[in-house]
Design a protein around this ligand. Structure first.
Ligand SMILES: [Zn+2]
Length: 162
């Protein structure tokens, strides 16, 4: 089925995984704060259920490094725009979370990023001192810097309005 509505386009495509004509691509123009006009592309294969989501900004792609200080619990609610290619770092802990093949473009919050980092660390090392440190950050008891390194130049934290 094809649908067209304002500002949004849906079409079918071939799946690179299962090679059937079962992928539904949904493109939508969105306006990201501080980034501007960006194409959001969601693809979903109805046959093998592979899905992906990406941001394609209209500005020239240029690597951006964005730093956000997590001071207290309220900062955990700050909105995070994350492209599919974003690497997260917490220099104070020596932690780095690189984008895997499953990495998706999404809008989450700082808490969600910390949760993803915890999951990745637990998966790789089991529960350890680093996950304890991150648990303290998530309780607002440890101040650290969250660094977003993005070759797409999209990823950033939008601080809460005071
Ligand atoms: Zn497929």
């Amino acid at each position: 089925m094809r649908k067209h509505h304002f500002n949004s386009l849906v079409f079918n495509a071939l799946c690179s995984q299962c090679e059937t004509d079962s992928v539904i691509i949904h493109q939508r123009m969105i306006d990201l704060p501080e980034v501007g006009k960006t194409l959001r592309i969601n693809s979903y294969c109805e046959n093998c259920h592979v899905n992906s989501s990406e941001f394609v900004p209209f500005h020239d792609k240029k690597n951006s490094v964005f730093k956000f200080l997590i001071n207290d619990k309220l900062d955990l609610n700050a909105k995070v725009i994350k492209s599919q290619d974003c690497t997260f770092r917490i220099p104070e802990l020596g932690v780095e979370l690189e984008p895997g093949p499953e990495s998706q473009a999404e809008i989450i919050n700082v808490e969600g990023v910390l949760s993803n980092i915890t999951l990745a660390l637990d998966y790789e090392y089991g529960s350890n001192k680093l996950s304890n440190d991150i648990a303290r950050i998530r309780k607002g008891k440890k101040k650290v810097t969250l660094v977003l390194d993005d070759p797409m130049g999209v990823s950033r934290v939008i601080p809460r309005k005071s």
